[in-house]
Design a protein around this ligand. Structure first.
Ligand SMILES: Cc1cc2nc3c(=O)[nH]c(=O)nc-3n(C[C@H](O)[C@H](O)[C@H](O)COP(=O)(O)O)c2cc1C
Length: 210
């Protein structure tokens, strides 16, 4: 599928076909494509909890305004953003630094510089940590939805859920923010997709404050 076609055909789909499953291989493929998403300092502070068990999806649905698509889709993903994914000693921070050294893009003795840059940018306040987690995991989520569309799959992003409730239900540690949930499956062909919704024009998007 062409990029533009994927962008234009992706819709937030409310009804999923219960007869059409999504394989583990398809999920793996869209996640591996989404993993190409750029991130701050390449820190990739995103993770996913993949739910396909009906009882588990129902537990999530109860925390998500009881939105039926959470359990009707064959797979629903809890997208996680790691608010601590910039800290010294964090597995992926250190892996990232080692890889930059191996690629010759940083010297061993720049470890402190690298950690301080991350700390100043992303750790300065709770707001910065939430923004770090959400912007990166949000970009990841968007790539994932387009990757799904490219495979002919439909998705539905959701932020109508109780984050603390979801964290409690699935034992999610405190360092994670949950920017959204994404249901994945195939649109139910006996339902009608509403027409595409309005979008802001270039002139509405482009602003100045001087
Ligand atoms: C971060 C995010 C959260 C959303 N949360 C919900 C939600 O909880 N429930 C819902 O029905 N739709 C939700 N939506 C879907 C939007 O309403 C939908 O994407 C928007 O109206 C545009 O429609 P389209 O995706 O079909 O183009 C969400 C979308 C995004 C990007």
């Amino acid at each position: 599928m062409e990029f533009r076609e994927a962008v234009e055909n992706r819709r937030a789909v409310n009804f999923f076909d219960p007869q059409k499953d999504v394989s583990d291989q398809q999920i793996r493929q869209i996640v591996e494509t989404a993993a190409k998403t750029p991130s701050s300092f390449n820190l990739q502070p995103w993770s996913l909890i993949v739910l396909r068990d009906h009882e588990e999806k129902m537990r999530l649905q109860k925390q998500a305004w009881d939105q039926p698509k959470v359990s009707q889709a064959p797979v629903t993903l809890i997208v996680l953003g790691d608010m601590s994914g910039w800290q010294e000693g964090h597995e992926f921070v250190e892996k990232n630094f080692d890889s930059l050294v191996k690629m010759g893009m940083m010297a061993e003795d720049q470890h402190d510089w690298f950690l301080n840059a991350c700390k100043n940018l992303y750790g300065a306040s709770r707001d910065r940590q939430v923004a770090f987690a959400c912007k990166n995991a949000g970009f990841f989520a968007m790539t994932l939805m387009l990757a799904a569309k490219d495979l002919g799959l439909d998705t539905h992003p959701m932020d109508g859920f109780d984050m603390e409730g979801v964290k409690k239900e699935f034992n999610i540690p405190d360092n994670y923010w949950i920017p959204l949930l994404i249901s994945v499956g195939y649109f139910r062909s006996d339902k009608t997709l509403p027409p595409p919704k309005w979008r802001k024009s270039f002139d509405e998007i482009s602003v100045r404050f001087d």
